[in-house]
Design a protein around this ligand. Structure first.
Ligand code: SF4
Ligand code: SF4
Length: 368
């Protein structure tokens, strides 16, 4: 790759100002409640300078360092998912008219333009999977409208956590596609590349300096080193046949004895798209709001059909989560539903690690 131009760290504010001038609400990583969360960003000084993240099964802790870097953290509990697939929203409204007829109003709203800075490669891959679902398999106007208004500025990851395995799934830590702009972070600034026509236009207006080839090589080496530091992996290949061959494996019951069926893993997973819908009538009885919220294969209602909850125990719910995410997802979307972000490992309150469970179940299958 030709050496990209360089944006000195003290000019990052210029990028935010350009985006604001173009009508975007800027969103970026900020510290809240002891975690790195995507929030509205008014000033580059609000970025988490020197903050790094320690993650392990059931554990997530911030660590303040002397580093001048603002993107040296591994992912927080959020991905891009809430920005395109709302955790809770109204889909349509039905209203009773004076003549007894019913009128339905669609609740698709004009989405605001949002520019996200600091997007990780794993989350771009997850967004691409959500696009396969919400733009192709089950076209959704609510998702489409928000996605249309999203501008994405990736930062290649140099500080993965112990829970990350994006290098193994092939989704990171370097962002290869799906961004408008991408930044290679160094201590003094950013090498900037464009990934779309919108990114090219933005790049042309930034106060950039010529990039130094040697320093760019060092920045790339840091990203490659981040890949090499990852230790977790999955059993290789398409696990669909292996998983469905072992629906009665004793490991499902063993993991169920630890699992709280809380659904944290599915809520933090950037690719999970299951949801439920409900009618919320108002007290007058003349208006009803049809609403959608995120659901989880761990909730009893998720498998409730015609008066029966099909998956009554935790073992069958945990099995549903893994056999879909790592198994039948291949038939639906041509790959597994996992991008190796590791969130389900860090945010599981009892530290259950799907990579460990899959090795226990599928490695044995391969040996028989
Ligand atoms: S299954 Fe876990 S590691 Fe894979 S994408 Fe979902 S949260 Fe991330
Ligand atoms: S695996 Fe962990 S996060 Fe997922 S439902 Fe069970 S206890 Fe909750």
């Amino acid at each position: 790759m030709e050496t990209p131009a360089f944006l000195p760290a003290d000019r990052l504010q210029a990028l935010l100002e350009l985006l604001t001038d173009d009508g975007y609400r800027c969103v970026g990583p900020r510290i809240r409640d002891g975690a790195v969360l995507y929030q509205t960003l008014d000033d580059a000084d609000q970025l988490p300078r020197g903050v790094q993240v320690q993650q392990s099964p059931g554990r997530y802790r911030l660590e303040q360092t002397d580093s001048p870097r603002r993107f040296a953290w591994a992912n927080g509990p959020q991905a891009l998912k809430p920005l395109t697939f709302a955790p809770h929203e109204e889909l349509w409204v039905g209203e009773l008219q004076a003549d007894g007829s019913l009128i339905f109003h669609d609740a698709v709203r004009q989405a605001e333009p949002v520019a996200v800075i600091g997007v990780r490669a794993c989350d771009l891959a997850a967004l691409s999977l959500q696009e396969q679902h919400f733009l192709q398999a089950a076209p959704d106007p609510y998702f489409r409208e928000r996605r249309r208004q999203l501008l994405l500025i990736a930062v290649h990851c140099t500080h993965p956590s112990d829970t990350c395995f994006c290098a193994h799934t092939g989704d990171g830590p370097e962002a290869r596609t799906g961004f408008d702009l991408s930044l290679y972070e160094t201590d003094t600034g950013y090498f900037v590349t464009a990934g779309s026509p919108a990114g090219e236009r933005l790049l042309a207006r930034l106060p950039l300096e010529p990039g130094d080839a040697g320093r760019f090589d060092t920045a790339c080496d840091e990203v490659h080193a981040a890949a090499a530091r990852q230790t977790r992996d999955l059993p290789t290949g398409n696990l669909q046949a292996d998983l469905f061959a072992r629906l009665d494996h004793p490991r499902w019951q063993e993991v169920a004895e630890r699992c709280l069926s809380c659904g944290n893993c599915t809520q933090v997973c950037p690719t999970c798209f299951c949801h439920s819908e409900q009618e919320v009538p108002d007290i007058s009885g003349t208006r009803s709001s049809h609403q959608r919220q995120w659901d989880s294969c761990f909730s009893p209602g998720h498998s409730y059909i015609h008066g029966i909850t099909l998956r009554q125990d935790t073992a069958s719910r945990y099995r549903q989560w893994l056999t879909h995410k790592f198994g039948s997802w291949h038939s639906q979307y041509g790959r597994s539903g996992c991008v190796g972000c590791g969130r389900c490992i860090a945010w599981c309150p009892v530290g259950i690690d799907p990579t460990e469970e899959l090795h226990a179940i599928c490695t044995e299958v391969k040996a028989t």
